[in-house]
Design a protein around this ligand. Structure first.
Ligand code: FEO
Length: 162
């Protein structure tokens, strides 16, 4: 059985991951609206991954005999000034999520909940990957300074993500 404090935080994390999915779906829609389908497809794939993250917490709570409690998902920002601004917002969001995951791990260790600590290890590793892949796009966009030719090249590259 999962402790009350960790259960509440895991339920809050379902909401964090669901909001992440919503935020990236909003970014995907915005990229479509500015005719960058590769960026849009990358963000749609990212959004699907976030839904998977939410479901991992959902399943873990149920497997541990806890009660899932779903809250309202906040409205994400609908538009950004430039692709760089959108990706910088995505990177800032991933850093926030990394902080959340580290906090959950601290709590699992403090509560001596070894099963939850083992479950969270996947997320600790995943956040390294999430920040790196988002930052890689930020760095490319910083180099191009939103020059149209370079943007279209990055768009084609990002379209290659499943
Ligand atoms: Fe589920 Fe991108 O962190």
């Amino acid at each position: 059985m999962i402790g009350k404090k960790l259960l509440d935080e895991f339920n809050a994390q379902i909401n964090e991951e669901a909001f992440s999915a919503y935020l990236y779906l909003s970014m995907s829609a915005w990229f479509e609206s500015v005719n960058l389908p590769g960026f849009a497809s990358w963000m749609a794939a990212q959004s699907r991954e976030e839904n998977d993250h939410a479901m991992k917490f959902f399943s873990h709570i149920l497997e541990r005999g806890g009660k899932v409690s779903l809250e309202a998902i906040a409205r994400p920002t609908p538009e950004w000034k430039t692709p760089l601004e959108a990706f910088e917002a995505a990177l800032a969001h991933e850093k926030h999520i990394t902080g959340r995951i580290n906090g959950l791990m601290d709590l699992a260790i403090a509560e001596k909940d070894h099963a939850s600590a083992s479950f969270l290890r996947w997320f600790v590793d995943e956040q390294v990957e999430e920040e790196a892949s988002t930052d890689a796009v930020v760095q490319k966009l910083l180099l191009t300074k939103n020059a149209p030719g370079a943007l279209f090249m990055i768009d084609r590259e990002l379209a290659a993500r499943n």
